[in-house]
Design a protein around this ligand. Structure first.
Ligand code: ARG
Length: 477
């Protein structure tokens, strides 16, 4: 036991396994080696460790595998123990001027930023899938819903663009959070910094961070960056669960708007005919699990006094779980969407169902006759209560009864009536900003393609910066 020799002596297996973070630390093993390297190089440059000792330690760091490590409270202790067993007591110089408190906070940030960059790229791919489906379906009419009731006709492109825009905001939230994740706490030591002349800016640069978490007490004690990422993931999962729910609902025999590819479906152990949308159901459910991770993490941090508290160790697995579940959900839903078959005939059939053109009929009456919208709403509402598509005579009759006038005498023609009742003309008329008219969705699609391209470039340049720093650091001898 590296740490207990001086003060405490032995510990029981039971206590050790209770306080150990070794399992979760597998996620930060590689990051820890990088943090060790950066710290060592800085110590050498500052003259705080002999050149030879530094080189020896750097060279054994190359040889250590996670599976070589013995037990210990955490990966930091286990790696240090292993270094000392390989180079002798000079290995004990590695921990000069640092603590596991700044070390772990740095490791989590290094591992998390890699996760985030990979994840953001997968999210971009989901957005691209939604956009390319939108390109295909600009003219595909579908029923639009409010309250899960037929409301107005729209297009599949319009619907998919709504999801794509939602996910783009999710992505922007995560890239924004990244700017607060990629900051270095290293050099804060236990919390009060250190009397050794460590160069925090240098380790920051060596590790490819964009800046420091300056206050050393803040640096070791905050996990707000993890809370922020988990919040963003939870919001994203809520948004993803809406797509998942639509896949479930739309694949029922009642809706029959789409069919999932067999690879994303399951069957029943008893009912041989079944094709169940299990992937989408689990995507819907995982939103609950990720929200659970966020709530756990928030609750662990709540009311923690300054500065480092071991409670923080309990948070980290929730961060990785939230990340893994969200990442898997993005991947699976991307697969579902890129292989799904839309039943465009059925969608067209229902685009005008439930008198969903009623709003346009009322609007057309207003435009042609100049009657107040509320009067038109009353007339069309009455017609709707009697069944759907009225003739011009029925319209005149109802208008006369309710408003004392006949629309046909005020310039409302049969052609106007037919156009108002046609779902395709409804959509074509909705060409205002953000509407479903094919020309407008075309504009939105090209705008979104451009914007996702800009985001992809930004992510690539962040990745390049981090990878270059890590590559240079790995080469240091
Ligand atoms: N395993 C610990 C964690 O994840 C590392 C820091 C331990 N620090 C300490 N003072 N015991 O938070």
């Amino acid at each position: 036991m590296l740490l207990r020799g001086g003060r405490l002596g032995d510990v029981s297996e039971d206590v050790l396994s209770y306080i150990s973070s070794r399992d979760a630390d597998k996620r930060i093993f590689e990051a820890d080696l990088m943090v060790d390297r950066a710290h060592l190089v800085m110590l050498r440059e500052q003259g705080l460790i002999p050149e030879d000792d530094c080189s020896k330690i750097l060279s054994v760091l190359r040889e250590i595998n996670e599976s070589d490590l013995g037990d210990g409270e955490d990966v930091h202790e286990a790696i240090e123990t292993q270094v000392i067993s390989m180079v002798g007591s000079l290995g004990g110089r590695m921990h000069t001027g640092r603590s596991r408190n700044d070390e772990v906070a740095t490791c989590i940030r290094v591992a998390l930023r890699d996760e985030m960059l990979g994840f953001i790229e997968e999210l971009l791919s989901l957005i691209e899938t939604a956009l390319s489906l939108a390109v295909e379906h600009r003219e595909t009419l579908i029923p639009g819903f409010t309250h899960t009731q037929h409301a107005q006709p729209t297009t599949l492109a319009h619907h998919l663009l709504a999801h794509a825009d939602t996910f783009t905001r999710d992505l922007e939230r995560l890239t924004d959070a990244y700017t607060r994740v990629n900051l270095s706490p290293l050099g804060a030591a236990a919390f009060a910094s250190t009397g050794f002349k460590v160069d925090r800016k240098r380790t920051c640069e060596l590790l490819g961070f964009d800046g420091l978490i300056e206050n050393s007490m803040d640096a070791v004690s905050t996990r707000d960056f993890a809370l922020e990422v988990l919040s963003d993931l939870a919001i994203l999962m809520v948004n993803l669960s809406r797509v998942a729910e639509e896949l479930v609902l739309w694949s029922t025999s009642e809706f029959c708007y789409l069919e999932l590819d067999n690879r994303y479906a399951s069957t029943s152990s008893i009912m041989p005919q079944k094709k169940n949308p299990d992937t989408a159901e689990l995507a819907r459910a995982k939103a609950g699990s990720v929200i659970g991770s966020l709530v756990s993490a928030l609750t662990i941090c709540k009311a923690l006094p300054m500065s480092y508290n071991r409670d923080l160790q309990e948070l980290t697995p929730h961060l990785w779980r939230g990340m893994d579940w969200t990442r898997a959900t993005v991947r699976i839903l991307n697969g579902c969407l890129s292989t799904v078959k839309f039943n465009t005939n059925r969608l067209y059939e229902f685009a005008g169902a439930g008198f969903s053109t009623a709003t346009e009929l009322a609007d057309s009456l207003v435009r042609a006759t100049g009657m107040p919208f509320r009067t038109a709403h009353l007339i069309v509402g009455r017609l709707a209560s009697r069944g759907s598509h009225p003739t011009l005579e029925e319209l005149d009759e109802t208008a006369l009864e309710l408003a004392g006038m006949k629309p046909s005498c005020l310039g409302f023609t049969k052609e106007m009536l037919e156009r108002a009742l046609d779902p395709r003309s409804n959509v074509a008329l909705r060409m205002g900003t953000g509407g479903p008219a094919p020309a407008e969705t075309k504009r939105m699609i090209s705008d979104r393609i451009f914007r996702t391209g800009v985001l992809a470039d930004m992510i690539r340049s962040k990745r390049r910066k981090v990878e270059t720093a890590m590559e240079d650091l790995r080469q240091m001898k």
